[in-house]
Design a binder for this molecule. Structure first.
Ligand code: S3P
Length: 172
């Protein structure tokens, strides 16, 4: 079975859905943000605070480039900004079926309300920042993905069902 690579904005459920999907299909689950934290020995908040976003993006790209080619039968949850570099889009498309979990700004805002572990959202007006980031990224998520699943108002299980149905119709 090809790898399944989940992309989408923060709060779209990549990690939650990814774990359930992997269990359902008997695949491994890998969360790239966890790999980055383990590699650096610090949280994503700390990486941004101590080294800045570009440093984080360099680590993210380097892990994608080295890890993805070695994976088989895995569900991979990517960080929301993975599509910001063209080279990353190329690598993820080459190593699995890329599924875009599409969320609206309002729903992402609601879901992330009680979290402070997203350094890009440690700002005063979160909803405007989410809208701005999404408007830049929407076209990139579309370009990077093979399949799109709308997640607003759906439970993780419902999203998993949709992915399984959609993937059943693609070549593996
Ligand atoms: C980011 C998303 C985060 C994490 C980092 C940057 C982004 O991952 O990689 O905070 O630029 O959208 P999640 O999408 O898993 O929250």
């Amino acid at each position: 079975m090809s790898n399944i690579i989940l992309i989408g904005f923060m709060g779209s459920g990549k990690s939650t859905v990814g774990k359930l999907l992997a269990r359902r299909l008997g695949m491994e689950f890998i969360d790239l943000d966890d790999v980055i934290e383990a590699t650096c020995g610090m949280s994503i908040n700390e990486i941004f605070r101590l080294h800045g976003e570009q440093y984080f993006r360099d680590i993210e790209s380097s892990i994608i480039r080295t890890l993805l080619p070695s994976l088989k039968n895995s569900v991979v949850a990517c960080g929301g900004g993975v599509v910001l570099r063209d080279e990353n889009i190329e690598v993820i498309r080459d190593h699995g079926i890329v599924v875009y979990l599409r969320i609206t700004a309002e729903e992402a805002h609601k879901r992330l309300m009680n979290f402070n572990n997203r350094p890009l959202l440690n700002v005063e007006d979160r909803l405007s920042t989410i809208k701005k980031l999404l408007s830049i990224r929407e076209a990139l998520y579309r370009k990077a993905s093979h399949l799109i699943v709308e997640v607003d108002g759906k439970s993780p299980e419902e999203v998993v069902d949709e992915i399984v149905n959609l993937i059943g119709g693609t070549t593996r």
